[in-house]
Design a binder for this molecule. Structure first.
Ligand code: FES
Ligand SMILES: [Fe+2]
Length: 370
């Protein structure tokens, strides 16, 4: 799991006038809105004596700890320590990490790391949301006992569709089946250091009988996939000139072996809102086909070296993804989960926030990085 990337906290509609607790990168966070509706995300651990801020209440645009009532504003500064009396001076160290928080695509995202703004990766935009005449959206969230890297690799894996998804292929009965050459493209959503994509032509005859409403010119399909950062992925499936799905996935690694996926499915056909439920059901049915396989992978995490799996040309996108992850690890952004786990129950950590670049002497140690 990596610091210095944007992670989905909640759907915008889920963050109302109560604080919510979010579990991301194996740590707890509190998210809340101030009186202007602006969302904020803070570390959940009160530096006084470890109260869980998300169990508190919102007062004067601050989150108030449920234990002794200390109040923290959206920037993480403590504004009130009731036990010191009314006009007491608040010590500087009484501060929690506050993370840049942004609402986009109907999702609240938080940047968990200490990079300054100009160095941060992008959040994938979903431009189709602005074009309601031609596109319609479904927002779906679901959780599974899967390592998020394994989940992203599955989305970059052209070779699994034929076998895992009966609606995408021949269920292994096509003697002539093979994965065609992949056509690589640079990251579509920002600098190429943050990702890449590829297109893949394939045949999918069975979708004709399962979805007769899809106007299909032929059995030939085009699909594209790509990543932005370790946890954002796009998949476009082109059925025909006017029929297309564009899926945007924002993955939240809650734990090393547990992921929450925020999926925006955009469709260019069947625009009637009466179709929403059927589309959501279809997306979830396909997601479950993947989950059944991915929850049983051994090992749970991707191996430390590629030689511990026998990779073939169709796995090249996974190798490219692993190389990017390795680069982010070399920058010191990978959480040392072994050290964190060794201190469970004994030590509270915080993901370092940009505020740490300007102030020293934080109460909570920053999370161990490898
Ligand atoms: S633990 Fe939060 S105010 Fe005491
Ligand atoms: Fe799949």
């Amino acid at each position: 799991m990596y610091i210095n990337f944007w992670y989905p906290v909640a759907l915008s509609e889920e963050l109302k006038d109560e604080p919510i607790r979010a579990r991301i990168l194996g740590q707890n966070f509190v998210a809340f809105r101030d009186s202007k509706g602006q969302p904020h995300t803070l570390s959940d651990t009160c530096p006084h004596r470890g109260g869980s801020l998300s169990a508190g209440i919102i007062r004067d645009d601050c989150i108030q700890c449920p234990y002794h009532g200390w109040r923290y504003d959206g920037a993480g500064y403590c504004r009130r320590i009731p036990s010191l009396g009314k006009d007491a001076k608040i010590p500087k160290r009484a501060r929690v990490d506050a993370y840049p928080t942004q609402e986009q695509n109907g999702i609240v995202f938080t940047f968990l790391g200490d990079l300054e703004e100009e160095h941060r990766p992008p959040i994938m935009p979903v431009a189709e949301l602005e074009d309601g005449k031609n596109w319609r959206a479904n927002w779906l969230t679901y959780e599974a006992d899967i390592n998020f890297e394994r989940s992203i690799e599955n989305g970059l894996d052209a070779g699994h569709n034929e076998f895992v998804h009966p609606t995408h292929g021949h269920e292994g009965t096509d003697e002539d089946y093979k994965v065609n050459a992949l056509d690589y493209v640079d990251n579509m959503f920002g600098d190429k250091k943050w990702g890449f994509g590829f297109w893949h032509a394939f045949k999918s005859p069975s979708s004709k009988k399962d979805s007769p409403q899809i106007k299909e010119a032929s059995d030939e399909r085009m699909a594209g996939s790509g990543i932005v950062g370790p946890n954002q992925m796009w998949t476009y499936i082109v059925f025909g000139e006017d029929s297309e799905f564009r899926q945007y996935m924002f993955e939240c690694p809650m734990e090393q072996n547990h992921v929450k996926i925020f999926l925006i499915n955009m469709r260019k056909m069947m625009l009637d809102e009466n179709m929403d439920q059927a589309i959501a059901d279809r997306c979830m049915a396909i997601a479950r086909q993947d989950i059944v396989i991915l929850e049983k992978l051994n090992p749970v995490l991707t191996p430390d070296t590629n030689s511990k799996e026998f990779l073939v040309p169709a796995d090249e996108p996974c190798i490219k993804y692993r190389k990017l992850l390795d680069g982010w690890k070399k920058k010191g952004w990978k959480i040392d989960s072994r050290k964190v786990d060794a201190n469970i129950g004994k030590k509270a950590y915080a993901i370092p926030s940009p505020g740490r670049n300007k102030q020293k002497g934080w109460v909570l140690d920053k999370i161990p990085l490898s």
